[in-house]
Design a protein around this ligand. Structure first.
Ligand SMILES: *Cc1c(COP(=O)(O)O)cnc(C)c1O
Length: 394
């Protein structure tokens, strides 16, 4: 396993201080390890930071996405447009409800879902069973399904093109979920990621901008949706239900108090945490942008703030990524191919009959992307060392 290997520069690193350690220890001296005051405090810190009406903490980003899907009312057999270039949980949240993910290829610069293709797909899937076929998979879906929504993902900390996505959605009364799990702190036209659609979701695994160990949060401005998400995370208990009353089929997706206490302290430090990551990304750009054979990430003009989640370089076409990765690893620098497109995962090929070639841009980015060590704790010297190892390995 990767985590057993000792690298002097880790792939990623959480930024934890004594204040976080003390906050978690303090919870353990109380009787409230779950459903106590810290979850509420964590949620209100988010409402303030994002500027949204409701933030509902859950125990993972995936759980948050699942609750948004349930709250949106998307059901068995429905079709939802989404991206093949993402972490699998954005698509899995649809599969949990037996919804068909209808993939649309991505923009070659950002890796985010292509808004022009979304517009075409929305029209075809809504208006014509015949034209819908070109967007649907070859098998494994309900042919009398209907298009119900869009699930977009803010890849690597850069928001997707929501102005166009929301416009397409509005024409056909579709709901939009923003998977902003990689984009806490990012801004699209000076608006916070997470509140660019009907629902937003953040995640707090240790490699994210802030961590709670495991955790996530759902963002919405709609009172009814917030009530439903709160109920579903807590075993389907509606307001007024007692511990053993369950109005809906729900889940235990609650965040515990130790995680929330950790999150409260991380949110106090959020501006610094994001700034530190930005500094490391700036150093990488200084050292890498003129290196032959690789491309650095670029931000769109609509991204008024990029919030760095990972640092993914792209190798020039024709370079052997696996040989380069081996050389870098041998020189003590861990790397990861990023992402392996969702439609080519074994369970997706089996269910929907996908073969390579269907989403060429996502596949090309998937073949050429290499995540290099990244965290806000990296020093100038470590960045230089990674850059020098890349140069030697190319
Ligand atoms: C991290 C992440 C998630 C959620 O991950 P969890 O491990 O469930 O918290 C969802 N979508 C994307 C794109 C992510 O990067």
């Amino acid at each position: 396993m990767d985590f057993m290997k000792k690298f002097s520069i880790p792939m990623s690193q959480p930024d934890i201080t004594d204040e976080e350690r003390e906050a978690v220890a303090a919870v353990l001296r109380t009787n409230y390890l779950s459903m106590g005051p810290y979850v509420l405090e964590f949620e209100s810190a988010f409402e303030k930071f994002i500027g949204c009406k409701h933030a509902i903490a859950v125990n993972s980003g995936t759980a948050g996405l699942h609750l948004c899907v349930r709250s949106a009312g998307w059901k068995d057999g429905d079709w939802v447009i989404t991206t093949p270039f993402s972490f699998v949980s954005s698509t899995n949240a649809l599969l949990f409800e037996r919804i068909t993910p209808v993939f649309v290829d991505v923009d070659p610069n950002t890796g985010n879902i292509d808004p022009e293709q979304v517009a075409a797909a929305v029209q075809d899937l809504s208006e014509s069973k015949e034209k819908a076929k070109q967007w649907l998979p070859s098998k494994g879906f309900s042919s009398d399904g209907e298009l119900k929504g869009i699930l977009a993902v803010d890849i690597f900390g850069q928001p997707a093109a929501y102005e166009k996505i929301n416009k397409s959605a509005k024409t056909y009364h579709l709901k939009v979920i923003e998977d902003s799990c990689e984009a806490l702190g990012a801004m699209y036209k000076d608006q916070h990621a997470g509140r660019l659609a009907d629902y937003g979701v953040f995640a707090f695994y240790p490699n994210k901008q802030i961590t709670t160990g495991e955790g996530g949060i759902v963002i919405t401005d709609c009172d009814e949706d917030a009530e439903m998400v709160r109920s579903l995370r807590n075993q389907g208990r509606a307001p007024g239900d007692t511990w053993l009353d369950h109005s809906f089929l729900g889940y235990n997706y609650r965040m515990d108090e130790m995680s929330a206490a950790l999150g409260v302290v991380q949110m106090k430090r959020i501006h610094q945490l994001i700034q530190d990551r930005e500094q490391v990304a700036t150093w990488y750009k200084e050292d890498l942008s003129n290196m032959d054979g690789i491309e650095c990430p670029k931000a769109e003009p609509t991204t008024t703030r990029n919030s760095w989640f990972v640092y993914v370089i792209r190798l020039q076409p024709g370079l052997d990524r696996s040989a380069i990765s081996h050389r870098m690893t041998a020189l003590g620098v861990p790397v990861r191919p990023y992402f392996s497109p969702i439609h080519l995962q074994p369970y997706m090929r089996e269910k929907f009959g996908y073969v390579p070639g269907k989403y060429p841009v996502a596949e090309d980015l998937g073949r050429r992307g290499l995540a290099i060590p990244f965290s806000g704790k990296m020093t100038r010297e470590q960045v230089q060392e990674v850059a020098s190892v890349i140069r030697q390995s190319l």
